[in-house]
Design a protein around this ligand. Structure first.
Ligand code: FAD
Length: 692
């Protein structure tokens, strides 16, 4: 979209102050850049939500860490408050599926940047629950959809058990049909099969969408199914008899969420509570399935979680942005050392080492923002198409598999990049970065589980590499186009650095994309050969696959997500209607991120013989440093273009006014009890032994 004609007046101006020294050096308008990264309608929604939350005291950030029970209470109250705030007007529900989901995702992004616990609570209690209901339930369950939407019920999604998380196929909770009463009897065989880590379940959930193995009365196992299992009386919040439910205790972060465990003992639920879209039990107890393969039943259900993973990616890119914004603003303001002992000091942003540590994360935030946006569009368009097409799922199998592969590699890439960015930013801000009021600790603790939930990153990444290997070993089926390059594998692998550099300059996006295609083909060839060799030597396929992960499939999965991100960013930047004033900065951000990523794959490039003369590695590293240097005068304005408002950023060292030391002074002087004698002073004084 061209930003030439776009109105930027709704984006609040930033306060003038010390950051202007760098802001004034940028050769582009940061508001226009902001509108490149986010559509106007999305941004308008976010600013509206931020305004609503900022004006409501219930969403004010406490200065000190509250006891976990208090955090849970506040998050639950915030959740209830949501229903009464002007967040999603009724006409939103008349929008198309794509538009409606986009709207709700934008709302979530804004909420997440202020209250991560609340966002996760809503995602679990409304988003994931309702998506799973749509995917697995039928008309008879739609009353729950509406009730969850209106917060009449507090819901949870119970999949994980104490002894099984990633391997959902080994879940052991059972649901046995009793034709006499037309009920399912839910049982937890032992503590290892207790559902656990389930968000909202610890203290508040009244109903849990629970995964259990369905047994008919003849003792036949029909595989994993979803059931709506009432947990507590909504009026008293007391658990029903047969349900032993509790909170798992304090966590590293996200303590506003009551993650819980539950065990069922001969607990009866009505037959209708089975989510029966893919398979049903008749009143007399016969099982009827729509799919013939049980794995497809599970696949269809779990596919509905893609929207949740996309939400996590959006949140992670925002978290990554916040960390980069704090580190960049701080670096521009903080001065240490100088040319002369007693001369003026230099801003730490001027140091190549600081630039190399921080700027790639700034660039990553920009590139990955586009990537997750494009991926979401592809996903939403596909779901909408499958909803309209009566043959639905089956017709779209290849597209769904490919999107699943991109999501399975991109979720790890984005969550890990955000995780690393937060730590680097914390250190890049020195001691002040360790202050709670810097917000980097909160970002770290709250972001951390994103690497695990909705699919552990290392496990999820394997699903992407498995798909890629299938494309490599069979016919390439890549309707979305992310793996079409595999069709050119022989030509790609015949090239090397000298061939590519002869056709595309090192500073071009095409050079990067062609280098990535070579890297991916090499990793595919290497991983596939290693697995085939192991199998030919008599190893089990299971071992062959596991042994090919390190330095093979794992790197492949990550490189594929980077390639997808860079490829989509290139497409956006090369679109004919791009604002010409943004072209240079967008190119620069691409190159900083691309060289930084390529640098991490240097050993593999060398191993594959891409360039044995070492010119490639030397050039990429030199260019990375050069591009970081070029980015230095624009970095503060790029940070402004991706920063949330100060209220959401909530960082005393990252505020947009740039009044670093005044803000710190205020923080030190006003933190509760800062200047008071401790209440326990008498406990620590030692009475004098002698008269002084
Ligand atoms: C804050 C939070 C909220 C959560 N909310 C919910 C919820 O609402 N509902 C719910 O059902 N669950 C929830 N979970 C659970 C979450 O979904 C699981 O933790 C996740 O699926 C990972 O499973 P696990 O913990 O059993 O890890 P495991 O599967 O045991 O993995 C442990 C380690 O082993 C590695 N590993 C496993 N298999 C392989 C393999 N094949 N090859 C190589 N390495 C492997 C993994 O990479 C990981 O590092 C939540 C978790 C957290 C932290």
């Amino acid at each position: 979209m061209s930003t030439e004609t776009v109105d930027t007046s709704f984006i609040p101006d930033l306060p003038k102050g010390p950051l202007c020294e760098y802001r004034d050096r940028a050769k582009f308008d940061w508001k226009r850049l902001r509108l490149f990264f986010e559509e106007e309608k999305v941004l308008r929604i976010k600013y509206k939500i931020w305004k609503i939350l900022e004006s409501d005291p219930l969403f004010a950030k406490p200065k000190q860490t509250l006891p976990t029970d208090q955090q849970k209470r506040i998050a639950a109250m915030q959740m209830n408050r949501m229903a009464h705030l002007d967040i999603a007007p009724s006409d939103v529900y008349n929008l198309s599926f794509q538009e409606k989901t986009r709207y709700l995702m934008s709302v979530n992004e804004a909420i997440h940047s202020v209250c991560p616990s609340l966002s996760v609570k809503i995602a679990l209690g409304v988003g994931l629950f309702n998506n799973a209901l749509l995917a697995m339930g039928t008309e008879r369950h739609m009353k729950y959809y509406k009730a969850a939407w209106n917060r009449e019920i507090v819901t949870a999604l119970a999949i994980t058990e104490v002894a099984h998380g990633s391997n959902t196929k080994c879940i052991r909770t059972t649901a046995t049909y009793d034709p006499k009463t037309q009920e399912f009897i839910i049982n937890t065989p032992d503590f290892e099969a207790a559902k656990c880590w389930v968000g909202n379940l610890g203290k508040t959930a009244t109903i849990a969408l629970t995964f259990a193995i369905l047994y008919t009365s003849d003792g036949v196992n029909h595989g994993l199914h979803g059931f709506l299992v009432p947990i507590r009386d909504p009026q008293t919040l007391k658990p029903y008899p047969g349900v032993l439910v509790g909170d798992i205790g304090e966590k590293i972060g996200l303590n506003g969420i009551d993650n819980g465990f539950v065990m069922f003992t001969n607990y009866r639920i009505p037959r209708e509570n089975l989510l029966n879209r893919t398979g049903d039990v008749t009143p007399d107890g016969s099982y009827v399935s729509v799919f013939t393969e049980p794995s497809k039943i599970l696949g269809a259900a779990l596919e509905s979680f893609s929207a949740g993973r996309l939400g996590i990616m959006q949140e992670s890119v925002n978290t990554l942005s916040s960390a980069a914004v704090i580190a960049v603003r701080y670096a521009a303001l903080r001065k240490q050392f100088g040319y002369e002992m007693d001369g003026p000091e230099v801003s730490i942003i001027e140091y190549p080492l600081q630039q190399w540590r921080v700027f790639p994360y700034l660039a990553a935030a920009c590139v990955l923002k586009i990537s997750v946006y494009e991926l979401t569009n592809t996903y939403l368009a596909t779901v909408e198409k499958s909803q309209a097409d009566s043959n639905g799922f089956e017709m779209l199998t290849q597209i769904v598999s490919e999107i699943h592969a991109v999501i399975s590699s991109s979720k790890p890439l984005m969550t890990w990049t955000a995780r690393d960015a937060i730590q680097e930013a914390r250190e890049a801000c020195g001691g002040h970065g360790y202050l709670k009021a810097s917000n980097l600790g909160e970002l770290r603790n709250n972001h951390d589980p994103s690497c695990t939930y909705e699919g552990d990153n290392n496990v999820l990444g394997q699903q992407a590499s498995n798909w890629l290997l299938r494309q490599w070993e069979g016919t390439v089926e890549s309707p979305v186009g992310t793996a079409k390059f595999i069709q050119r594998r022989d030509r790609i692998l015949a090239l090397n650095y000298s061939d590519i550099i002869a056709r595309f300059p090192l500073d071009s996006m095409d050079f990067v994309i062609h280098s990535y295609e070579w890297l991916l083909c090499f990793l595919l060839k290497k991983t596939s050969s290693a697995m085939k060799h192991a199998i030919s030597q008599g190893h089990h396929k299971f071992d062959a696959r596991n042994n090919a992960q390190v330095y093979g499939a794992r790197d492949l999965s990550r490189a594929y997500a980077e390639y997808y991100a860079l490829y989509n960013y290139q497409k956006r930047v090369e679109a004919p209607n791009l604002d010409p004033k943004l072209k240079d900065i967008l190119n620069l951000l691409f190159l900083v991120y691309a060289y930084w990523c390529l640098d991490k794959h240097m050993t593999t490039f060398y191993e594959g013989g891409f360039d044995l003369s070492l010119k490639f590695v030397k050039e990429v590293r030199a260019r990375l440093l050069q591009k970081c240097r070029e980015l230095k005068d624009s970095a503060v304005s790029v940070a402004d273009a991706i920063a949330p408002p100060d209220f959401a950023l909530n960082s005393v060292i990252g505020r947009s006014d740039g009044l670093l030391y005044q803000n710190l002074q205020m923080e030190f002087m006003t933190n509760p009890g800062a200047l008071e004698r401790p209440s326990w002073w008498k406990d620590v004084i030692t009475p004098p032994k002698s008269k002084l």
